[in-house]
Design a protein around this ligand. Structure first.
Ligand code: HEM
Length: 524
């Protein structure tokens, strides 16, 4: 007789019994249907022990590879530890059950997956068509209430998937879904806190679901829902959100249009201006949800940090723009006015140096951040960062270095790691007793460069507007005087220098003579 451990209890499997029989006999709450290994309803996962080939017959390879099996036809030869299936990484068939045009450009799909999916609104699914084309869509519905998985799809003229969905996909058609994925969801621990939800375009779909989920949980704090667009057609849930707000005293719906023709009752202007300049200039303690156009999401993050929202309280859907991002550090830096008040508070330099000393000491000790600084001396890191920030805050030209995009172009840095670094930075700033409004302003400034720095794959180095992706070195004519990364001597404007394409390090002609074989600057 063998035993299986499932959900904290141990069940003995008699010789004639299947694992499913043993679980049911022992009172385990498991779903099942055909009991002969065909419907896959009872699918479970082996954490320890072998289920045997019969129990995996007919399963898709990805299910077999991840140790899923059918307990109804499993007669184990050894003790097992088993668990609920983990379908989040796998594709499963799904059928389009219903479609409704919500506006001229947005259609609502109600989807029935082949198996129960336990999703929370705000999560997303990947939808895959027969030829492998795949796109991510955020979920607008609540599993327990709505039954169907609901997504909203905007027709994009040059978007292959959205054109197929709008023009060809019919009710009853099958495709595949993967998920649910992501964590931009309502959490019960937020109860009582003010929530701000900001969406543009179909970014309102997950926010609509999150709002209904919060209300369903009798969320006690205020809930502000902002939907931004250009024309009334973009506000395709105007009536639904308006009705919901009428029914709940703590729900405030604010439609915003940035186009020319703005009807009465709609805010005329950008949604982020309304949120942070008019309604919530101080948003400390608020939970912020951001979904939609990546430009809006980055913009809102900047304002949010300036308004005092904690980084951990910003929940954004994780989609990257479909269009490759071209940095505009120079324009960003030029648009930033000097900050004499902050510069004064930093004693015009010495306090900035002391803050950076603290920050880099912590960074070089930190197991997650220190590997990036392999081969970079702490003194170099401090002096470059000092020169950069001193130039921005004082307005005086004294930074000869790479802009943030190029400085970090080869580093894989997630949003979460960026937040982690910024928390460490903020702690060093606070230690030196700057007033709250200056801390926020400084941290918001750094937030401006998230988009240049956060990425999931390496980018090339951009020089004179051209991206250089290859490894190795190139010879560059220096347009602005800078410092040699070998001897720290000056390289003058008009000189030639050799540049390592991945790290962006520049070597004067003398150092270049010896540095060709000396790979510097890469993390261990
Ligand atoms: C997780 C976040 C970050 C990591 C891991 C990181 C890491 C690094 C590393 C390793 C270098 C040294 C490159 C070298 O000397 O070869 C560097 C340089 C630099 N970083 Fe960051 N950084 C982060 C965020 C930021 C932010 C938010 C800013 C500014 C707002 C920034 C501004 C700079 C600047 C100005 C340099 C000097 C560029 C140069 O070497 O010429 N970094 N960073």
């Amino acid at each position: 007789m063998k035993s299986v451990q499932y959900d904290g209890a141990i069940y003995s499997v008699q010789n004639h019994e299947s694992v499913l029989d043993a679980l049911l006999r022992g009172g385990a709450d498991v779903s099942f249907s055909c009991r002969k290994g065909s419907c896959q309803t009872c699918l479970l996962r082996a954490v320890e022990g072998e289920p045997g080939p019969d129990a995996q017959k007919g399963l898709r390879q990805e299910l077999v590879d991840s140790a899923h099996f059918m307990p109804c036809v499993c007669h184990p030869d050894e003790d097992m530890v088993i668990a609920q299936p983990d379908l989040s990484q796998m594709f499963m068939p799904a059928m389009l059950s219903e479609r409704t045009q919500l506006s001229p450009s947005v259609t609502r799909l109600r989807i029935e997956p082949a198996r129960d999916l336990n999703w929370t609104p705000g999560q997303y699914i990947n939808l895959r068509r027969d030829d492998g084309l795949m796109r991510s869509y955020s979920i607008a519905s609540i599993a327990e209430v709505d039954y169907f998985l609901e997504v909203h799809v905007r027709r994009v003229d040059d978007g292959q998937m959205s054109r197929w969905i709008h023009d060809e996909l019919a009710v009853g058609d099958f495709f595949e879904v993967q998920g649910p994925l992501g964590a931009c969801t309502y959490r019960e621990e937020f109860d009582g806190r003010p929530l701000i939800l900001v969406g543009t375009g179909t970014g309102i779909a997950p926010l609509y679901g999150i709002t209904r989920d919060a209300l369903r949980h009798d969320h006690e704090g205020e809930i502000w829902v902002y939907h931004g667009g250009r024309t009334m057609d973009d506000l395709y849930l105007h009536a639904e959100l308006g009705e919901l707000a009428d029914e709940h005293d703590n729900l405030h719906y604010v439609p915003c249009l940035s186009g020319d023709d703005v009807p009465e009752g709609i805010f005329a202007g950008r949604v982020t201006d309304r949120v942070f300049k008019e309604d919530h200039p101080d948003a400390a303690g608020h939970v912020l949800y951001l979904c939609g156009n990546p430009d809006m999401v980055y913009d809102a993050r900047y304002y949010a940090i300036g308004a005092g929202v904690a980084r951990a309280d910003v929940l954004a859907d994780p989609f990257e723009s479909a269009y490759p991002y071209m940095p505009d550090d120079d324009a960003k830096l030029e648009a930033i006015a000097p900050d004499p008040e902050l510069w004064e508070a930093l004693d015009k330099g010495p306090k900035l140096r002391a803050i950076l000393q603290d920050f880099y000491e912590a960074t070089y000790e930190d197991p997650r951040l220190s590997p990036f600084f392999h081969n970079v001396t702490m003194q170099r890191a401090i002096s470059k960062q000092y020169a950069f920030l001193a130039e921005v805050f004082s307005g005086e030209d004294n930074y000869f270095g790479l802009n943030p995009f190029n400085a970090h172009h080869w580093m894989i840095i997630s949003d979460e790691l960026f937040d982690y670094r910024e928390e460490l930075f903020e702690a060093s700033v606070r230690k030196h007793g700057l007033p709250e409004h200056l801390v926020r302003r400084w941290m918001a400034f750094q937030e401006l460069f998230r988009r240049e720095i956060v990425k999931s794959t390496q980018r090339g180095l951009i020089m004179n507007g051209v991206e250089h992706k290859k490894e190795g070195f190139s010879v560059e004519e220096i347009l602005i005087a800078t410092i040699c990364d070998g001897c720290m001597g000056e390289i003058n404007e008009g000189d030639t220098a050799r540049m390592h394409k991945r790290t962006g390090q520049l070597f004067c002609t003398e150092c270049a003579a010896t540095s060709a074989t000396n790979e510097v600057g890469a993390p261990a």
